[in-house]
Ligand binder design. Structure first.
Ligand code: KG4
Ligand code: ZN
Length: 344
């Protein structure tokens, strides 16, 4: 192996069939085939459709990534793959493909955690230390504040959503507003022409009585209900104002709690990761507020925030560089694995 490991990462936990290739911390290829349009008419991801789409797309996505990176399969030092959390049938396609490749090429195989990978993507094309950091991880399935002491071995959950994930709230409110799925990008775009202070929507779990038990936890179901009630009461509502005000409520509470966690921990770096980290208002307000608080902010480029293979390769590359032992070929995908298990 040259000094920098050459790693291929496969991601199939939801509706993206994605393959990334990195050398050390350098991004060489990032190819994504999404089945999102096949799910759109159902208003959410249909697991069986996702699994079939992964099977169909996998060979060409791998081939395109290899040609983009200008390498051959045999050049690789290891294969890495999302082992969980995610849709079980979708994970099985990715992990089986990865195991087949690793076996055929006689290369080490690393099953990695999807949530840790969302954070690890921040390593690419830069050389700053990844940890310690306070991470705000916000996606379609998860919303947590994490204390990342060591990304591959020691991540503590400080708080999580007690009901909907932030991305799920975007998706559900978009449906109420009859905006297309997935809701996050639709609301983000619609909000650009709206007034974020037009409607005062609730900030979940920020009252003194809630903070005692839920200091760093989130709740978005009350907000969704408040939006639904508003739409019933004001039939000729201004959609862009509702989008902007809803988005402001989500982003405000995410940042209040993340910055409070950073201050309490004494850790000066905040990483924002996961699909919702692509949100323009979150990116903008995070910049303002971390600057005022004297904290350092890191957010991956937008296209690396939503699910991709580069993040899986990035975490695999960290594991290889740190001399972590590979997974055994027989490891199984785990649809509900938490962040406490970064490498399988
Ligand atoms: O991380 P991700 O791609 O998949 C999961 O691991 O869940 O996150 C997908 C979620 C979806 O709920 C989507 O609506 C949301 O991220 N999302 C956004 C934006 N782009 C994607 N939410 C708000 N603003 C965006 N620009
Ligand atoms: Zn994700």
């Amino acid at each position: 192996m040259s000094s920098e490991p050459l790693i291929l990462g496969i991601e199939t936990s939801c509706d993206e069939t994605a393959v990334g290739i990195v050398r050390g911390r350098k991004l060489l290829a990032n190819v994504i085939s999404s089945s999102v349009e096949e799910h759109a008419r159902f208003g959410g991801v249909v697991p069986e459709i996702a699994s079939r789409a992964h099977l169909e797309a996998m060979p060409s996505v791998i081939a395109t990534a290899l040609s983009e990176a200008k390498i051959k399969l045999n050049d690789l030092d290891a294969i890495t793959v999302t082992a969980g959390p995610g849709l079980i049938g979708a994970l099985v396609v990715g992990t089986s493909s990865a195991a087949g490749l690793a076996l055929g090429l006689n290369k080490p195989l690393y099953g990695v955690n999807h949530l840790s990978a969302h954070i690890a993507v921040d390593a690419l094309d830069s050389d700053h230390p990844l940890d310690p950091a306070i991470a705000l991880l916000v996606s379609g399935g998860h919303s947590s504040i994490l204390q990342v002491n060591n990304l591959t071995s020691d991540v503590k959950t400080l708080g999580s959503t007690i009901d909907d994930a932030a991305g799920e709230a975007f998706d559900k409110v978009a449906r109420l507003l009859e905006l297309p799925f997935p809701g996050g990008p639709s609301i983000d775009h619609d909000a650009l022409s709206g007034n974020p202070i037009a409607i005062e929507f609730p900030r979940g779990l920020t009252l003194a009585k809630d903070l005692a038990d839920h200091k760093y936890d989130f709740s978005f179901s009350g907000l969704k209900t408040a939006v639904a009630r508003y739409l019933q009461q004001i039939p000729n509502y201004q959609r862009a104002d509702v989008s902007a005000s809803f988005q402001e409520a989500v982003v405000d509470v995410l940042l209040i709690k993340t910055i409070a966690a950073a201050k309490a921990s004494g850790i000066e770096t905040i990483i924002i990761a996961g699909g919702v980290a692509a949100n323009s208002r979150l990116r903008e307000l995070a910049q303002d507020r971390t600057e005022s608080a004297g904290l350092l902010l890191r957010i991956p480029p937008r296209k690396l925030c939503t699910d991709n293979g580069a993040m899986v390769a990035a975490l695999g590359s960290l594991a290889v560089t740190q001399g972590i032992a590979p997974s055994t070929l027989g490891f199984g995908p785990d649809s509900s694995s938490g962040i406490a298990r970064p490498i399988f």
